[in-house]
Structures are given as C-alpha cells and as structure tokens.
Design a protein around this ligand. Structure first.
Ligand code: ADP
Ligand code: MG
Length: 891
C-alpha cells in the first residue's frame, strides 16, 4: 500500500506542474522513444515484459528542450517529480538515497531518440559520499568493493559533470598500480583505494575550483544538468550532423538504481548482440568482463572475454541470458544489442536496442528473419537499407594480391575483424591529422591505441580504422560499423606510439610511420604494409542480397534500367539485374583513344566531304560498340532458359543511342550539333541500326531506342526525326527491317513546359535530370559544386547569426529537387501523356539511383528509372520501397 501512496505523490507533483516530465520505467513502453529516448523506452519495455531491470525513472526529452528554452534551468515541477519518482525507486529497492544504512546508488544515463553510441555521458554510482560509503561497506562486508565504487564515481563525476581532465586521474591510478606491482584495476587493495579516493577528491577540487559535492541531491541535480548539456557538446553535434539527426530532439535522462558487476568473481558486466553484427550469423556475439563495472568493457581498458566463455564461468547466467536474448528478438522482431550486468550471480538487463550492423549482416539478418518466419518479405524489403546494399558491392581486396603480400612478409598482424571492408591509405595516428588530410582528399587509415568519442571527427573522413586495444564492441568497432567503415580492432600485435606517430610490430620490430601506406581488411582482421589492390565483389555469390532483390522485384512498379556507355558497363548492368539500357552516350564512345584523332578530324573539317570521310571511318567503331552492348543485353537469350528467364530476356531487349557533345553547357551541343551537321546524325543512326540488323540476322531480336538530347522546341525533334526516318528507310531497303523507337530527353525547362507539343513526335521521354537541374536552377554543375553549392547545403555563416544559414536542404544534383525540378517532371509527364497516350516515361539522370528521388519518380508515375550499373541493385530496392510505402500512405 505504501507503494500506492508514493505513486500518488508523483501524480500530485505532476498535477502541480505544467507537464509530466518524469516517467517511471513501469509507465513507459517501446513506442515512446520520442519522449523517453531509445534507452528509456527500451528499459521501460523490458520492465513491463517482466525482465530483470533495476528500477528507475526517465526524465523526458521535452524536459531537456524546456531546460534549454529556459536558459538552462530545470522546467517548473521537474525536480519535484524526480524526487517523487526517486522515493518510489527507494521503495522498490528497499534502499535509501543518501542514507548511511542501506544506501541507494543510481546511475544517471543519457538517452536520445536515436542511439548515439558513446556520444553522450553516463555517471555511475551516484549517491556515494564519505558516509554512505560506510553503509556500503557494512552492507556488503566488502571494503574493497565500496571504495572501488567510490573512486569510480569521483572519476566519472569529475570528468562528466565538473569537466576536468581525466588524464590526471588515470595517471594517479597508474601510479598506484605500479607501486603495488599489479596490472589491473581489480587488483588494487582496499587500503590503496581508500587513499585513492582522498587523492581523487583533491584532484577534482583543484581542477574544478570548488569542493567536491557531498550532498547526494546536489550530485543528482548536477549530473542531470550535465546530461542535458551533453546533448550540445561538440562531438554530439558532429555526430548528429553526420548522421542527419535533428538537433532539436533533445536527450532524455534515465536515473536508475545501480547493480554491481564489480562485486567479485561471480559478478561481471557485458554487452552482446543477438546475432553476429559483422556477418549476421545467428549466434550470440559479445563480450564480458568478470568483476567489472559498465564502461570497462566498452572503453577497452581490459580486453574482455568472448560471451561464449560465460557458459563456463557462470552457466546458469549464460542460459538465462540466452533465453532473454531470444525473447527480446522475438519481441522486437529485430537483432538486438544488449547490455547486462551480473551482481553476485544475478542477471540484470540494462539496455536493449536494435543493433548496428555491417552491410553484410544487415541483409543477411533480414533474409534469415523472413526464413525464420519472424517478419514478412515485404517487411524485409521495406526495412532493408539502400546504403548497405550499395556498400555490399564496393570493392574488396584481391585474394591473390593478399596472398602475395603475405609471402612478401607484408602481413604485419591480425586483430579483430570488427567491421568488414577493405581500406587502404596513408597511416595517420591522430584524429585531427586524419581530418586535415581526409578533407584534402588523401585516403587515410586512422590508427589509435583505442578510440574515444574525441576521435570521431577523424573517423568520419578516414577510409578505415585500426586500434591496438579494445574488443568487437569497443567504441571503434561500434562507430565504424555504424559508418560502414572497415575496422580492425584490438590488434594486440602492434604497439602504437602516439607521440612518435608510428606503430611497432611486436613480432618483427617492423615500424610503420605516419604517411606510410597501409591496408586493413575489416572482414578478416588482417593488417598489411603497403597498398593491396581491390576487386569488385562477385554479385553471384551474394546469395542473401539476390534473394532480397528478387523479393523487391515482386513489389516494384518502376522498371530499372542502366546507363551504360561501353559493353563492360552493359555486362555489369545485366548482372546486377537491369532490365535494359536507358542511356548510352555516344560521345563517350568518341572519347576512346584510337578514335579521338578521327573525331578531331571530324570536328575540324572545313568541308562536308572532309567531315564525311571522318564519319565513314568512325562508323565501324560505333557499330561494333553498339553491337557489343546489344550482345550483352541479349546474352541471356542465347543461353536459353526457363520461362522467368525468357520474360527477363524480352525486357532486356532495349537499347538506346543518343548523341551529346562536350561543348559548354548552353552551347552547340545535344541535338543542335546534328541539326547543323546532319551527316553526324546519319552516321550514328546507321551505326545503331546496322548493329541491330547484324544481330537480327543472327536471330537476336532487339529494339534500339534512339534518344535525342537537349531538345527545347518541337521543331528540333521533328527535323531530327525526319533525318532518322530517311536512314531507317534506306536500311530497310537494304534488307532486314529493324524495329526501333524514337524519343527525346527532357532536360530543358522549355521542353518540359511544352511537353504536350513534343510528345506526339516521340515514342518516349527520358528525363535528363542532371541537365534539367542545371538549367532550372541556372547552375553550371561543376562550377556550382566547386564554388558555392556545398556551402548552400552545409549552411552559410552570417555575422551576428548563431549557427548556420542553410540555403538548400540537400545537393539537388544528388537528390531531386521535388519542389522545383520535380514539378517540371510531373507536369511534363502529365501533359506528355495527355497528348500521346502511348508515351513511355523514364529518367536517366544520376537521380535514377537515389532512393529519395526514386520515390518521387514512382509517385509521379514514370515507367522506369535508369542509373549507373552499380546503383541498379539500390534502385531495385528503392523502387520496391517506394511502391510499398506509398501504397501504405494512400490507405
Ligand atoms: P551508453 O549510452 O554509452 O551505452 P549507458 O547509459 O548505457 O551508456 O551506460 C554505460 C554502461 O554503464 C552500461 O553499459 C552499464 O554497464 C553501466 N550502467 C549503466 N547503468 C547502470 C546501472 N543502473 N547499474 C549497473 N551498471 C550500469
Ligand atoms: Mg549503453
């Protein structure tokens, strides 16, 4: 009954306040992430699921925002609500905050809506002072434990709340260990810890210039303020900027009764994923330390044991943990990242969240969960991360080159394979230098003894991360996986010398210095001296990815084609699942070495005869190029196959020739050139149609689509069409008739505005959104990106204005500007179709591979997107996601 009385005290405190700022864990749930932050919502959900969670309460993100709005003062009523909630926690635990007998200690933990690993701050063991520590001793009979908790508290509180330099504490700690001749913190004697506490307090007072707070309520108040403030520390802001997380979300604060992993050999603390976050394999993956507290594992101070060893050390705890892990996965229907502590053989869950994972694991886990019946195909498609799909197709090390490097003695050491991928670059030993070089475009590999949040700005620009200490759940590993960066962690075979900017290989005395080339393989943990060549991954072997994309294909409406200028691009496009070629730039064919002199002759020709002679020479080259591309897209047909394959084959029979040239953006380019020099158009049409005819003779039917670029007035298109039809007639007269389609690119605002006049002359429109963006904005892309565009996106600094003034939300060359360029696309599509019901609509700008733009193209009813071959898998997935999520929204 007392329980109810105090509950009503909290209710009363809430009534007196403008808002409810504080929620007991038992009052929250998983859907309240916005308000309680991810951590608060997670512990609340676990509490209500009946899992063993130390009692506590959450101060909301709204309170954090209100704190800032009020000029860094707690909002009205918040503190009273917190005190009322604390009383309830006292009752739940039977302990008393700030009292000598049976003292309650709490942790004060930050937790925003989106997890920001290691970005904000947590204080443990709060509520300890010279008196309560006596209570802890009396209660546990363990003086060593009590003073260890105390010295940790002073250390953490000083660093996080008093903002003092942690190095001084570590230095003194090291001195004690040295004097006592011990290696780990856990071996320091009680007597020494007592002395350490005194010394730590002196350091804290000296550094902060104020007495160390002995009043536990003052400790709590200051810690809560520090967590609120940590939302706006530099590293948190950097992290949010990089991950595009809004700055206005605020962080929640969790105040939770402490459980102790540092109470002896039947206690410990750890972190674990329910599946391997590197490979996606379904097995517990993680680490723990016996007789340790919280951040000992993550900080990489001691190298922890694998979670599977817990099975030998504390078998019943391991079994219980396994059950809980399974339950949480089923509950959340996702791979979880768990934090736990064991106090004297009793397991407590401290955190659950969806686990960050590598690209490979991301896809595998989804496909496995579908096969396990945990989620549906649609859900897997919707949840798949397009960025991870892209990453999976990035280069890896060439195995043969790796073997060779090993033979040459360049394999220096092997660490943990913490985040897969191949990284090569110049070795750099501090984050600032990495940032400097990285921003200047030099590929760098950042090498650290271990990383901390202070290194993140360097990690963001590095190609890969190598650390000498710390496990697979260390800061370096977690952040790298989140960023999709290759990482080798805990590489104990090297000794990093920060001061001299080098590392020494333990076994061989080899020294690698700043600026030397280095290669790391995050998939195997290998570290090599020098650069190792990379190769493209074998798409055929990506079984799970192919499965996922096959599911995606069932749900998408948009066709996915590829832009390909050479046969090798076309080959890759077909492998990645493109249904056709949506753009083939004939001027790129002109740029191949052996043709360039002929092209120059053509351009410089003074008479029509001279030009014709050059064109006659070019014709066979172009015909062969087109043949090569056609062969690639029809290859499947000749290989034979079953019905599905035949269907794909038919769709594959698409190819496009177009003609553009390299003159300045608004100059004599696109269709204008062929109008002035019709013989160029005639030659190119011949090359395309003859190539198609030759293949037709071999029984390969295909339909080239001839696409005219940079049309602004319908008369331009009419005239080109007349030219082409004349050539087609000639070819038909020569024998086999070739079926082709004729269309135009819509890449000038005038073409979009007059689409209804143009479409009766065209079989199809393909939106050239690169040029359409340039001409709509009046930007010349190269100039704009080099000079001001990125500043527009990043934000301008204006005198007298805090923060940055953003002109554009994103780079419009990467993500289609829906409100401007997009409206031209929408209008042209509608008007074009009104005047020609059979008009086919596609897009072939770079936006064809951008998920956000693809969603827009789906919504305005285009038929297909065409993108670079490497983006084809991304586009297949994004098109399906657009179909699934927009149809949901319509409901
Ligand atoms: P982060 O956001 O960096 O993960 P947490 O708030 O989860 O920070 O705290 C870090 C670690 O501190 C946890 O993994 C856990 O081991 C320890 N910790 C936090 N709260 C408690 C508690 N109430 N009892 C015991 N350990 C705790
Ligand atoms: Mg945590």
């Amino acid at each position: 009954m007392t329980q109810q009385i105090t509950h009503s005290e909290l209710d009363a405190a809430v009534k007196k306040s403008p808002r409810k700022w504080v929620y007991l864990f038992s009052e929250g749930n998983a859907t309240m992430r916005e308000l309680l932050g991810g951590k608060g919502a997670g512990v609340a959900e676990m509490t209500n699921a009946g899992l063993p969670v130390p009692p506590g309460f959450t101060i909301t993100t709204e309170a954090c925002n209100a704190y800032y709005d009020a000029g860094k003062h707690f909002p009205e009523g918040m503190w009273d609500q917190a005190l009322a909630a604390l009383k309830i926690v006292e009752q739940q635990t039977g302990k008393h905050f700030g009292q000598k007998d049976n003292p309650l200690l709490v942790s004060v933990r930050s937790g925003a809506k989106f997890s920001m690993p290691g970005m904000m701050d947590t204080v443990l063991n709060l509520g300890i002072n010279d008196e309560t520590v006596q209570g802890l001793v009396a209660l546990t009979g363990d003086e060593r434990f009590a003073y260890d908790a105390y010295r940790r508290f002073i250390q953490m509180f000083s660093k996080i709340v008093l903002d003092t330099d942690p190095k001084d504490f570590e230095h003194v700690l090291d001195q004690y260990k040295e004097r006592a001749g011990v290696k780990s913190d856990a071996e320091i004697s009680a007597a020494d810890l007592k002395k350490l506490v005194v010394e730590f307090k002196q350091i804290a007072e000296r550094q902060s210039g104020e007495p160390f707070p002995t009043d536990v309520y003052q400790q709590l108040q200051k810690a809560i303020e520090a967590v609120f403030s940590s939302w706006n520390n530099k590293r948190a802001i950097d992290y949010r900027n990089f991950n595009k997380i809004s700055h206005s979300l605020g962080t929640a604060v969790n105040v939770q009764s402490m459980v102790f992993g540092n109470m002896g050999e039947d206690s410990g603390t750890g972190v674990a994923f329910t599946r391997d976050p590197g490979t996606g394999e379904k097995q517990l993956y993680g680490e723990y330390l016996l007789n340790a507290q919280g951040e000992d594992v993550v900080a990489g101070i001691r190298t922890p044991s694998k979670i599977s060893r817990l099975q030998d050390d504390l078998p019943h705890v391991y079994q219980q943990f396994q059950e809980i892990a399974h339950r949480l996965e089923q509950h959340y229907r996702d791979m979880q990242d768990l934090e736990f502590t064991v106090e004297k053989g009793r397991l407590y869950m401290l955190q659950t969240r969806s686990g960050k994972r590598s690209a490979q694991a991301g896809i595998k886990v989804l496909v496995d969960m579908v096969n396990e019946g945990l989620i549906s195909e649609q859900e897997a498609v919707k949840r798949a991360d397009t960025t991870q799909v892209y990453q999976l197709l990035l280069p890896r090390f060439d195995e043969a080159k790796k073997k060779q490097a090993e033979k040459e003695g360049r394999l220096l050491a092997k660490g943990l394979n913490a985040s897969p991928g191949a990284a090569t670059g110049k070795a750099v030993f501090d984050a600032d230098r990495a940032e400097e070089l990285g921003k200047a475009g030099t590929p760098v590999v950042l090498i650290r003894p271990e990383t901390s949040p202070d290194d993140v700005h360097g990690m963001l620009v590095a190609k890969g991360i190598l650390t000498a200490r710390g496990g697979a759940t260390s800061h370096a590993a977690v952040v790298a996986r989140g960023l999709g960066l290759p990482c080798v962690a805990g590489c104990e075979g090297i000794r990093v010398n920060e001061a001299e900017h080098l590392f020494r290989v333990v076994d061989s005395d080899f020294v690698l210095r700043e600026g030397d080339d280095i290669s790391i393989d995050g998939a195997t943990g290998e570290v090599f001296a020098g650069i190792i060549e990379t190769v493209d991954p074998d798409f055929e072997k990506e079984v799970e990815l192919k499965q996922l994309l096959n599911w995606a294909d069932q749900y998408r409406r948009l066709g996915v084609w590829a832009n390909a200028d050479y046969p090798r691009d076309a080959r890759r496009a077909v492998t990645f699942g493109a249904q056709g070629i949506g753009l083939c730039r004939t001027e790129h064919m002109f740029m191949e070495q052996e043709r360039l002199p002929i092209v120059q002759k053509m351009i410089l020709a003074k008479t029509q005869q001279e030009r014709q002679a050059a064109l006659d020479q070019l014709l066979p080259f172009q015909r062969e190029d087109f043949k090569g591309i056609f062969v690639e897209v029809t290859r499947l047909e000749t290989q034979g196959g079953h019905e599905q394959e035949l269907k794909e084959k038919r769709e594959m029979l698409e190819a496009v020739g177009s003609m553009r040239e390299m003159n300045p953006m608004l100059g004599l380019r696109g269709c204008r050139l062929g109008l002035l020099f019709p013989e160029i158009n005639v030659m190119q049409t011949r090359a395309i149609l003859e190539a198609a005819r030759e293949l037709a003779r071999e029984g390969k039917k295909l339909q080239p689509k001839i696409m005219i670029p940079l049309v602004g007035h319908v008369n331009e298109l009419k005239e080109v069409r007349r030219q082409l039809e004349a050539v087609a007639k000639e070819i038909t007269a020569e024998g086999v008739a070739v079926d082709y389609k004729f269309g135009t690119m819509i890449e000038l605002p005038r073409a979009a505005l007059t689409a209804g006049e143009i479409s009766p002359v065209a079989d199809f429109f393909s939106f050239g959104t690169n040029d359409l963006t340039q001409t709509t904005f009046g930007f010349s892309r190269d100039d704009a990106e080099g000079k001001f565009l990125l500043k527009y996106v990043d934000g301008l600094t204006e005198p007298g204005i805090e923060g940055k003034v953003k002109i554009l939300p994103v780079n419009p060359f990467q993500t289609l500007d829906r409100d401007g360029v997009g409206q031209l696309v929408r209008m042209a599509a509608e008007n074009g179709r009104k005047a020609n019901a059979h008009l086919e609509l596609g897009i072939c700008g770079e936006h064809g591979g951008d998920p956000d733009s693809i969603e827009f193209f789906h919504m305005v009813g285009l038929d297909y997107v065409s993108c670079s071959p490497f983006r084809v898998p991304v586009a297949r997935l994004a098109a399906a996601q657009a179909a699934l999520t927009t149809s949901e929204r319509d409901k």
